[in-house]
Write a protein that binds this ligand. Structure first.
Ligand code: ZN
Length: 58
């Protein structure tokens, strides 16, 4: 899969672009729900993932 940077519409976490992404208005970036979840599981102290989690009302 091609790498797409977040400012080109790619996922904030994995830098790929698919059809099942959500838009985060706080960071003005697209991301995958699954990527955000994985990030939180792997790194519970990840501030970006935490903030996005609140915004998305998980
Ligand atoms: Zn992703």
């Amino acid at each position: 899969m091609n790498k797409v940077s977040p400012n080109q519409g790619g996922c904030w976490f994995c830098s790929t672009k698919t059809d099942d992404m959500v838009f985060d208005t706080e960071f003005d970036t697209y991301l995958h729900e699954n990527c955000r979840r994985k990030e939180l599981e792997n790194d519970p102290d990840n501030i970006e993932a935490q903030i996005m989690s609140y915004l998305l009302k998980d």
